[in-house]
Design a protein around this ligand. Structure first.
Ligand code: AMP
Ligand code: ZN
Length: 473
Protein backbone atom coordinates (compact mmCIF):
# COMPACT_ATOMS: atom_id res chain seq x y z
CA UNK A 1 0.00 0.00 0.00
CA UNK A 2 1.43 3.39 -0.95
CA UNK A 3 1.12 5.89 1.81
CA UNK A 4 2.07 9.45 1.20
CA UNK A 5 3.17 10.00 4.75
CA UNK A 6 6.58 10.08 6.29
CA UNK A 7 7.65 8.83 9.65
CA UNK A 8 8.34 11.56 12.15
CA UNK A 9 10.08 10.96 15.44
CA UNK A 10 10.49 13.24 18.40
CA UNK A 11 14.17 14.01 18.74
CA UNK A 12 15.12 15.01 22.29
CA UNK A 13 18.11 16.87 20.85
CA UNK A 14 15.96 19.35 18.92
CA UNK A 15 12.83 18.96 21.10
CA UNK A 16 10.91 18.59 17.83
CA UNK A 17 9.32 15.94 15.70
CA UNK A 18 11.64 15.40 12.76
CA UNK A 19 11.34 13.43 9.54
CA UNK A 20 13.15 10.15 10.06
CA UNK A 21 15.91 9.58 7.55
CA UNK A 22 18.51 6.89 8.22
CA UNK A 23 22.02 7.38 6.88
CA UNK A 24 21.70 4.45 4.47
CA UNK A 25 18.25 4.62 2.95
CA UNK A 26 16.61 1.53 4.49
CA UNK A 27 19.21 0.42 7.04
CA UNK A 28 18.73 1.58 10.62
CA UNK A 29 21.48 1.53 13.24
CA UNK A 30 19.67 1.41 16.55
CA UNK A 31 21.15 1.38 20.05
CA UNK A 32 19.08 1.26 23.22
CA UNK A 33 20.40 1.30 26.77
CA UNK A 34 19.85 -2.02 28.47
CA UNK A 35 19.39 -3.45 31.89
CA UNK A 36 21.78 -3.28 34.83
CA UNK A 37 21.51 -6.93 35.73
CA UNK A 38 21.40 -7.16 39.51
CA UNK A 39 17.68 -7.57 40.14
CA UNK A 40 14.53 -8.87 38.47
CA UNK A 41 13.08 -7.14 35.44
CA UNK A 42 10.23 -4.95 36.67
CA UNK A 43 7.33 -3.77 34.56
CA UNK A 44 8.82 -0.26 34.39
CA UNK A 45 11.91 -1.68 32.71
CA UNK A 46 9.66 -3.87 30.58
CA UNK A 47 7.72 -0.83 29.43
CA UNK A 48 10.91 0.82 28.25
CA UNK A 49 12.07 -2.24 26.35
CA UNK A 50 8.60 -2.69 24.93
CA UNK A 51 8.86 0.84 23.47
CA UNK A 52 12.07 -0.01 21.66
CA UNK A 53 10.68 -3.37 20.57
CA UNK A 54 7.75 -1.55 18.98
CA UNK A 55 10.13 0.86 17.22
CA UNK A 56 12.07 -2.11 15.84
CA UNK A 57 8.98 -4.06 14.83
CA UNK A 58 7.30 -1.07 13.21
CA UNK A 59 10.38 -0.06 11.22
CA UNK A 60 10.88 -3.63 10.03
CA UNK A 61 7.21 -3.89 9.10
CA UNK A 62 7.64 -0.73 7.02
CA UNK A 63 10.53 -2.31 5.15
CA UNK A 64 13.56 -1.05 7.07
CA UNK A 65 16.40 -3.35 7.94
CA UNK A 66 16.95 -2.60 11.62
CA UNK A 67 20.14 -3.60 13.39
CA UNK A 68 19.39 -3.33 17.09
CA UNK A 69 22.02 -3.41 19.82
CA UNK A 70 20.97 -3.36 23.46
CA UNK A 71 23.60 -3.87 26.13
CA UNK A 72 23.68 -5.52 29.52
CA UNK A 73 25.43 -3.44 32.16
CA UNK A 74 27.26 -5.98 34.28
CA UNK A 75 29.78 -3.66 35.91
CA UNK A 76 30.33 0.01 36.74
CA UNK A 77 26.78 1.25 37.40
CA UNK A 78 27.11 2.96 40.75
CA UNK A 79 24.35 3.66 43.23
CA UNK A 80 25.00 7.37 42.77
CA UNK A 81 25.12 9.30 39.49
CA UNK A 82 28.12 11.39 40.62
CA UNK A 83 30.66 8.55 40.63
CA UNK A 84 30.14 7.92 44.31
CA UNK A 85 28.50 4.99 45.98
CA UNK A 86 28.87 1.29 45.40
CA UNK A 87 28.63 -0.79 42.27
CA UNK A 88 25.00 -1.96 42.15
CA UNK A 89 25.95 -5.49 41.14
CA UNK A 90 28.75 -5.91 43.61
CA UNK A 91 26.58 -4.55 46.44
CA UNK A 92 23.73 -6.97 45.74
CA UNK A 93 26.10 -9.91 45.17
CA UNK A 94 27.68 -9.26 48.56
CA UNK A 95 24.29 -9.17 50.25
CA UNK A 96 23.31 -12.44 48.63
CA UNK A 97 26.75 -13.98 49.15
CA UNK A 98 27.18 -14.66 45.45
CA UNK A 99 29.99 -14.09 42.99
CA UNK A 100 29.02 -10.90 41.09
CA UNK A 101 29.04 -12.81 37.79
CA UNK A 102 26.91 -15.54 39.35
CA UNK A 103 24.30 -12.92 40.15
CA UNK A 104 24.61 -11.45 36.64
CA UNK A 105 24.12 -14.86 35.02
CA UNK A 106 21.08 -15.57 37.15
CA UNK A 107 19.50 -12.22 36.31
CA UNK A 108 20.23 -12.49 32.59
CA UNK A 109 18.58 -15.92 32.46
CA UNK A 110 15.50 -14.54 34.18
CA UNK A 111 15.58 -11.50 31.92
CA UNK A 112 15.38 -13.59 28.75
CA UNK A 113 12.68 -15.80 30.19
CA UNK A 114 10.48 -12.78 31.00
CA UNK A 115 11.30 -10.82 27.84
CA UNK A 116 10.60 -13.82 25.62
CA UNK A 117 7.26 -14.37 27.32
CA UNK A 118 6.43 -10.72 26.81
CA UNK A 119 7.11 -11.24 23.11
CA UNK A 120 10.02 -8.84 22.87
CA UNK A 121 12.25 -9.54 19.88
CA UNK A 122 15.78 -10.27 20.95
CA UNK A 123 18.21 -7.58 19.78
CA UNK A 124 20.72 -8.46 17.05
CA UNK A 125 23.44 -8.16 19.68
CA UNK A 126 23.14 -7.99 23.49
CA UNK A 127 26.72 -7.17 24.45
CA UNK A 128 27.92 -7.33 28.04
CA UNK A 129 30.07 -4.52 29.36
CA UNK A 130 32.63 -6.87 30.91
CA UNK A 131 33.28 -8.33 27.46
CA UNK A 132 34.54 -4.95 26.21
CA UNK A 133 37.12 -3.85 28.78
CA UNK A 134 39.96 -3.66 26.26
CA UNK A 135 37.94 -1.42 23.96
CA UNK A 136 36.99 0.74 26.96
CA UNK A 137 40.61 1.15 27.96
CA UNK A 138 41.45 2.05 24.36
CA UNK A 139 38.84 4.79 24.42
CA UNK A 140 40.08 6.14 27.75
CA UNK A 141 43.69 6.16 26.47
CA UNK A 142 42.63 8.02 23.34
CA UNK A 143 40.64 10.60 25.34
CA UNK A 144 43.68 11.18 27.56
CA UNK A 145 45.93 11.56 24.50
CA UNK A 146 43.57 14.05 22.93
CA UNK A 147 43.42 16.11 26.11
CA UNK A 148 39.76 15.42 26.89
CA UNK A 149 40.52 13.50 30.05
CA UNK A 150 42.81 13.70 33.06
CA UNK A 151 44.08 11.24 35.63
CA UNK A 152 44.07 11.76 39.37
CA UNK A 153 45.26 9.06 41.79
CA UNK A 154 44.41 6.15 39.50
CA UNK A 155 41.03 7.58 38.47
CA UNK A 156 40.45 9.00 35.01
CA UNK A 157 37.86 11.73 34.52
CA UNK A 158 36.39 13.30 31.43
CA UNK A 159 37.04 17.02 31.36
CA UNK A 160 33.62 18.45 30.51
CA UNK A 161 34.92 21.98 29.99
CA UNK A 162 36.95 20.69 27.01
CA UNK A 163 33.87 19.55 25.14
CA UNK A 164 32.04 22.30 23.31
CA UNK A 165 28.28 21.99 23.78
CA UNK A 166 28.54 19.77 26.85
CA UNK A 167 25.02 19.10 28.11
CA UNK A 168 23.26 20.24 24.93
CA UNK A 169 20.90 17.26 24.95
CA UNK A 170 19.63 18.19 28.40
CA UNK A 171 19.95 21.96 27.89
CA UNK A 172 22.41 22.04 30.76
CA UNK A 173 24.35 25.20 31.48
CA UNK A 174 27.75 24.46 32.92
CA UNK A 175 28.15 27.71 34.82
CA UNK A 176 24.84 27.19 36.67
CA UNK A 177 25.75 23.69 37.60
CA UNK A 178 28.79 24.63 39.60
CA UNK A 179 26.90 26.46 42.29
CA UNK A 180 23.83 24.24 42.39
CA UNK A 181 25.56 20.88 42.40
CA UNK A 182 23.35 18.42 44.21
CA UNK A 183 26.06 16.19 45.51
CA UNK A 184 29.20 16.91 47.40
CA UNK A 185 31.85 17.81 44.87
CA UNK A 186 34.72 15.38 44.52
CA UNK A 187 37.86 17.49 45.18
CA UNK A 188 39.75 15.48 42.55
CA UNK A 189 37.44 16.67 39.80
CA UNK A 190 38.21 19.92 37.98
CA UNK A 191 34.51 20.56 37.50
CA UNK A 192 31.54 19.04 39.37
CA UNK A 193 30.11 17.69 36.11
CA UNK A 194 33.31 15.87 35.14
CA UNK A 195 32.66 12.16 35.18
CA UNK A 196 34.64 8.99 35.64
CA UNK A 197 35.92 7.03 32.68
CA UNK A 198 37.94 4.70 34.87
CA UNK A 199 37.81 4.27 38.64
CA UNK A 200 40.38 2.85 40.98
CA UNK A 201 38.85 0.01 42.95
CA UNK A 202 39.08 -0.18 46.73
CA UNK A 203 41.04 -3.17 48.03
CA UNK A 204 37.98 -5.22 48.94
CA UNK A 205 36.35 -4.66 45.53
CA UNK A 206 35.80 -7.85 43.54
CA UNK A 207 35.22 -6.56 40.02
CA UNK A 208 38.50 -4.96 39.01
CA UNK A 209 40.91 -5.20 36.13
CA UNK A 210 44.48 -4.06 35.43
CA UNK A 211 44.89 -0.85 33.49
CA UNK A 212 47.63 1.75 32.91
CA UNK A 213 46.05 3.87 35.66
CA UNK A 214 45.03 1.50 38.42
CA UNK A 215 43.44 -1.81 39.16
CA UNK A 216 39.87 -0.73 38.70
CA UNK A 217 36.75 -0.73 36.62
CA UNK A 218 35.13 1.38 33.88
CA UNK A 219 32.61 4.17 34.33
CA UNK A 220 29.05 3.32 33.38
CA UNK A 221 28.77 5.86 30.55
CA UNK A 222 31.91 4.72 28.76
CA UNK A 223 30.42 1.23 28.47
CA UNK A 224 27.48 2.29 26.33
CA UNK A 225 29.66 4.50 24.11
CA UNK A 226 32.10 1.68 23.47
CA UNK A 227 29.46 -0.93 22.71
CA UNK A 228 27.44 1.43 20.51
CA UNK A 229 30.50 2.59 18.57
CA UNK A 230 31.91 -0.90 18.19
CA UNK A 231 28.80 -2.40 16.63
CA UNK A 232 27.09 0.60 15.04
CA UNK A 233 29.37 3.62 15.02
CA UNK A 234 30.58 6.19 14.45
CA UNK A 235 27.09 7.64 13.98
CA UNK A 236 23.98 5.82 15.11
CA UNK A 237 20.64 6.50 13.49
CA UNK A 238 18.70 6.12 16.73
CA UNK A 239 19.87 6.10 20.32
CA UNK A 240 17.13 5.37 22.83
CA UNK A 241 16.70 5.12 26.57
CA UNK A 242 14.64 6.23 29.53
CA UNK A 243 14.01 9.90 30.20
CA UNK A 244 16.10 9.51 33.37
CA UNK A 245 19.15 9.01 31.16
CA UNK A 246 18.99 12.45 29.54
CA UNK A 247 20.79 14.72 32.04
CA UNK A 248 23.71 12.48 32.97
CA UNK A 249 24.13 9.20 31.13
CA UNK A 250 23.34 10.36 27.61
CA UNK A 251 24.92 13.78 27.99
CA UNK A 252 28.11 11.99 29.01
CA UNK A 253 27.85 9.35 26.30
CA UNK A 254 27.68 12.15 23.73
CA UNK A 255 30.64 14.05 25.20
CA UNK A 256 33.01 11.10 25.26
CA UNK A 257 31.88 9.49 21.98
CA UNK A 258 32.08 12.70 19.95
CA UNK A 259 35.42 13.66 21.48
CA UNK A 260 36.69 10.20 20.58
CA UNK A 261 35.42 9.99 16.99
CA UNK A 262 35.10 13.65 16.05
CA UNK A 263 31.74 12.76 14.55
CA UNK A 264 28.11 13.20 15.56
CA UNK A 265 27.19 10.31 17.86
CA UNK A 266 23.50 9.87 17.04
CA UNK A 267 21.06 11.48 14.65
CA UNK A 268 17.88 10.87 16.66
CA UNK A 269 17.57 10.64 20.44
CA UNK A 270 14.42 8.91 21.65
CA UNK A 271 13.44 8.92 25.30
CA UNK A 272 10.64 7.05 26.99
CA UNK A 273 8.65 8.27 29.97
CA UNK A 274 8.35 6.25 33.13
CA UNK A 275 5.86 3.82 34.44
CA UNK A 276 4.70 4.90 37.87
CA UNK A 277 3.10 3.13 40.78
CA UNK A 278 0.71 5.34 42.76
CA UNK A 279 2.27 8.32 41.00
CA UNK A 280 5.85 7.47 41.92
CA UNK A 281 8.46 6.18 39.50
CA UNK A 282 8.67 2.42 39.75
CA UNK A 283 12.23 1.76 40.74
CA UNK A 284 14.45 -1.02 41.96
CA UNK A 285 16.43 1.26 44.21
CA UNK A 286 13.30 2.54 45.99
CA UNK A 287 11.83 -0.94 46.15
CA UNK A 288 8.38 0.09 44.83
CA UNK A 289 8.10 -2.21 41.90
CA UNK A 290 6.14 -5.10 40.46
CA UNK A 291 8.32 -7.65 38.74
CA UNK A 292 7.51 -8.60 35.19
CA UNK A 293 7.31 -12.19 36.43
CA UNK A 294 4.60 -11.41 39.00
CA UNK A 295 2.64 -9.35 36.49
CA UNK A 296 2.79 -12.14 33.89
CA UNK A 297 1.71 -14.74 36.46
CA UNK A 298 -1.13 -12.57 37.69
CA UNK A 299 -2.55 -11.16 34.46
CA UNK A 300 -0.96 -13.14 31.64
CA UNK A 301 1.87 -12.08 29.34
CA UNK A 302 -0.27 -10.84 26.46
CA UNK A 303 -2.49 -8.51 28.53
CA UNK A 304 0.64 -7.11 30.21
CA UNK A 305 2.18 -6.41 26.82
CA UNK A 306 -1.03 -4.81 25.56
CA UNK A 307 -1.18 -2.61 28.66
CA UNK A 308 2.43 -1.52 28.13
CA UNK A 309 1.74 -0.29 24.60
CA UNK A 310 -1.60 1.29 25.44
CA UNK A 311 0.09 4.56 26.39
CA UNK A 312 2.29 6.69 24.15
CA UNK A 313 5.94 6.06 24.93
CA UNK A 314 6.56 9.69 25.87
CA UNK A 315 3.64 9.82 28.31
CA UNK A 316 3.96 8.67 31.86
CA UNK A 317 1.56 5.86 32.72
CA UNK A 318 0.48 4.74 36.14
CA UNK A 319 0.26 1.02 36.56
CA UNK A 320 -2.92 -0.18 38.25
CA UNK A 321 -5.41 -3.00 38.33
CA UNK A 322 -7.96 -1.13 36.22
CA UNK A 323 -5.48 -0.77 33.42
CA UNK A 324 -4.79 -4.49 33.45
CA UNK A 325 -8.51 -5.33 33.48
CA UNK A 326 -9.05 -3.03 30.51
CA UNK A 327 -6.25 -4.80 28.65
CA UNK A 328 -7.67 -8.22 29.50
CA UNK A 329 -11.15 -7.19 28.33
CA UNK A 330 -9.85 -5.70 25.10
CA UNK A 331 -7.93 -8.84 24.39
CA UNK A 332 -10.97 -10.94 25.15
CA UNK A 333 -12.95 -8.96 22.58
CA UNK A 334 -10.29 -9.59 19.96
CA UNK A 335 -10.16 -13.29 20.77
CA UNK A 336 -13.94 -13.60 20.67
CA UNK A 337 -13.99 -11.95 17.26
CA UNK A 338 -11.34 -14.38 15.98
CA UNK A 339 -13.21 -17.38 17.39
CA UNK A 340 -16.45 -16.19 15.83
CA UNK A 341 -14.79 -15.78 12.44
CA UNK A 342 -13.08 -19.15 12.71
CA UNK A 343 -16.27 -20.98 13.54
CA UNK A 344 -18.43 -19.14 11.05
CA UNK A 345 -20.29 -21.35 8.61
CA UNK A 346 -22.40 -19.03 6.47
CA UNK A 347 -21.16 -15.93 4.69
CA UNK A 348 -22.61 -12.96 2.84
CA UNK A 349 -21.25 -11.04 -0.12
CA UNK A 350 -20.08 -7.78 1.37
CA UNK A 351 -16.50 -6.64 0.97
CA UNK A 352 -14.39 -5.28 3.82
CA UNK A 353 -11.64 -4.06 1.56
CA UNK A 354 -12.25 -0.35 2.09
CA UNK A 355 -12.52 -0.78 5.86
CA UNK A 356 -9.32 -2.78 6.10
CA UNK A 357 -7.47 -0.24 3.97
CA UNK A 358 -8.69 2.78 5.83
CA UNK A 359 -7.97 1.36 9.29
CA UNK A 360 -4.53 0.21 8.22
CA UNK A 361 -3.84 3.60 6.71
CA UNK A 362 -4.87 5.34 9.92
CA UNK A 363 -2.81 2.86 11.93
CA UNK A 364 0.22 3.82 9.86
CA UNK A 365 -0.60 7.50 10.15
CA UNK A 366 -0.68 7.17 13.94
CA UNK A 367 2.56 5.21 14.09
CA UNK A 368 4.23 7.63 11.69
CA UNK A 369 3.42 10.35 14.17
CA UNK A 370 6.19 9.47 16.62
CA UNK A 371 4.93 5.91 17.24
CA UNK A 372 1.53 6.85 18.61
CA UNK A 373 0.55 3.38 19.81
CA UNK A 374 -2.72 4.34 21.61
CA UNK A 375 -4.09 5.91 18.42
CA UNK A 376 -2.87 2.95 16.37
CA UNK A 377 -4.56 0.53 18.79
CA UNK A 378 -7.82 2.44 18.52
CA UNK A 379 -7.81 1.74 14.77
CA UNK A 380 -7.36 -1.97 15.39
CA UNK A 381 -10.24 -2.07 17.85
CA UNK A 382 -12.48 -0.22 15.41
CA UNK A 383 -11.70 -2.84 12.82
CA UNK A 384 -12.60 -5.55 15.35
CA UNK A 385 -15.96 -3.85 15.85
CA UNK A 386 -16.60 -3.74 12.11
CA UNK A 387 -15.81 -7.41 11.73
CA UNK A 388 -18.28 -8.27 14.48
CA UNK A 389 -20.91 -6.15 12.82
CA UNK A 390 -20.43 -7.76 9.43
CA UNK A 391 -20.29 -11.37 10.59
CA UNK A 392 -22.57 -13.35 8.33
CA UNK A 393 -22.85 -10.42 5.93
CA UNK A 394 -19.30 -10.17 4.58
CA UNK A 395 -17.76 -12.69 2.21
CA UNK A 396 -15.46 -15.40 3.55
CA UNK A 397 -12.48 -13.87 1.76
CA UNK A 398 -12.92 -10.42 3.30
CA UNK A 399 -13.93 -11.47 6.79
CA UNK A 400 -10.82 -13.66 6.94
CA UNK A 401 -8.67 -10.86 5.54
CA UNK A 402 -9.96 -8.47 8.21
CA UNK A 403 -9.31 -11.00 10.98
CA UNK A 404 -5.77 -11.53 9.67
CA UNK A 405 -5.19 -7.79 9.48
CA UNK A 406 -6.18 -7.38 13.14
CA UNK A 407 -3.70 -10.11 14.10
CA UNK A 408 -1.00 -8.57 11.92
CA UNK A 409 -1.41 -5.01 13.24
CA UNK A 410 -1.46 -6.13 16.86
CA UNK A 411 1.68 -8.11 16.10
CA UNK A 412 3.40 -4.91 14.92
CA UNK A 413 2.80 -3.60 18.45
CA UNK A 414 4.20 -6.77 19.98
CA UNK A 415 0.78 -8.10 21.00
CA UNK A 416 0.55 -11.68 19.87
CA UNK A 417 -2.98 -13.03 19.78
CA UNK A 418 -3.43 -16.69 19.45
CA UNK A 419 -6.73 -18.42 19.57
CA UNK A 420 -6.36 -22.06 20.16
CA UNK A 421 -9.17 -23.90 18.55
CA UNK A 422 -10.08 -26.52 21.06
CA UNK A 423 -13.07 -28.61 21.82
CA UNK A 424 -14.92 -28.62 25.12
CA UNK A 425 -12.32 -28.70 27.89
CA UNK A 426 -14.70 -28.53 30.84
CA UNK A 427 -14.23 -32.20 31.70
CA UNK A 428 -10.45 -31.73 31.93
CA UNK A 429 -10.80 -28.51 33.94
CA UNK A 430 -13.20 -30.26 36.37
CA UNK A 431 -10.62 -32.97 36.85
CA UNK A 432 -7.80 -30.47 37.47
CA UNK A 433 -9.97 -28.53 39.91
CA UNK A 434 -10.68 -31.71 41.89
CA UNK A 435 -6.95 -32.52 41.98
CA UNK A 436 -6.34 -28.99 43.22
CA UNK A 437 -8.99 -29.43 45.93
CA UNK A 438 -7.31 -32.63 47.08
CA UNK A 439 -3.90 -30.94 47.11
CA UNK A 440 -5.29 -28.08 49.18
CA UNK A 441 -6.88 -30.45 51.66
CA UNK A 442 -3.53 -32.16 52.10
CA UNK A 443 -1.85 -28.75 52.27
CA UNK A 444 0.35 -29.46 49.24
CA UNK A 445 0.12 -25.85 48.15
CA UNK A 446 2.89 -26.12 45.59
CA UNK A 447 0.63 -28.32 43.49
CA UNK A 448 -2.61 -26.44 44.14
CA UNK A 449 -1.00 -23.09 43.29
CA UNK A 450 0.60 -24.56 40.21
CA UNK A 451 -2.77 -25.78 38.89
CA UNK A 452 -4.43 -22.43 39.59
CA UNK A 453 -1.65 -20.48 37.87
CA UNK A 454 -1.50 -22.73 34.84
CA UNK A 455 -5.27 -22.59 34.37
CA UNK A 456 -5.09 -18.83 34.67
CA UNK A 457 -2.60 -18.72 31.83
CA UNK A 458 -5.30 -20.44 29.75
CA UNK A 459 -7.78 -17.76 30.78
CA UNK A 460 -9.56 -19.98 33.30
CA UNK A 461 -10.21 -18.43 36.69
CA UNK A 462 -10.71 -20.54 39.81
CA UNK A 463 -12.73 -19.16 42.69
CA UNK A 464 -13.04 -20.69 46.13
CA UNK A 465 -16.55 -20.01 47.41
CA UNK A 466 -18.51 -21.17 50.44
CA UNK A 467 -20.22 -23.64 48.11
CA UNK A 468 -16.95 -25.15 46.94
CA UNK A 469 -14.58 -24.41 44.11
CA UNK A 470 -15.99 -22.81 40.97
CA UNK A 471 -14.32 -21.97 37.70
CA UNK A 472 -15.10 -19.74 34.78
CA UNK A 473 -13.40 -18.12 31.77
P1 AMP B 1 18.27 0.22 34.97
O1 AMP B 1 18.56 -1.23 34.90
O2 AMP B 1 17.80 0.69 36.26
O3 AMP B 1 19.40 1.03 34.41
O4 AMP B 1 17.06 0.50 33.98
C1 AMP B 1 16.98 -0.08 32.73
C2 AMP B 1 16.05 0.69 31.85
O5 AMP B 1 14.74 0.74 32.42
C3 AMP B 1 16.45 2.15 31.62
O6 AMP B 1 16.27 2.47 30.26
C4 AMP B 1 15.51 2.94 32.48
O7 AMP B 1 15.24 4.20 31.92
C5 AMP B 1 14.28 2.08 32.45
N1 AMP B 1 13.43 2.26 33.62
C6 AMP B 1 13.76 2.16 34.92
N2 AMP B 1 12.70 2.42 35.70
C7 AMP B 1 11.65 2.68 34.88
C8 AMP B 1 10.28 3.01 35.06
N3 AMP B 1 9.73 3.12 36.27
N4 AMP B 1 9.51 3.20 33.98
C9 AMP B 1 10.04 3.08 32.74
N5 AMP B 1 11.32 2.77 32.51
C10 AMP B 1 12.13 2.58 33.55
ZN1 ZN C 1 23.45 3.60 28.01
Amino acid sequence: MVIDMVLKVYNTMSRKKEVFKPQQSKYVKFYSCGQTVYDDLHIGNARMYSNWDVVTRYLRWRGYNVFHVQNFTDVGHLTDDADQGEDKIEKRARLRRLEPMELVDEKIKQYWRDMDELNMLRPNISPRATGHLIEMQDMVKSLLDKGYAYEVKGNVYFNTSKFKDYGKLARLKLKDLKAGARVEVDPDKKHPRDFALWLKAPDNHLMKWSSPWSKGYPGWHVECSVMALKYLGPTLDIHAGGIDHVPVHHVNEIAQSESYTGKLFANYWLHGAHLTLKGEKMSKSKGNFITARDAIDKWGAVPVRLALVSGHYRSQIDFNKGMMETAQNSLERVKNMISSVNSQKSFGRKSLKADINSHEKEFIRAMNDDFNTPKALAQVFQLVKKVNKLLGKASKKWIHAARDKVIELLGVLGVKVEVEEQGDVSEIVDLLVSVRDKARKKKVFKISDFIRKELKKQGIIIEDTSKGTKWHY
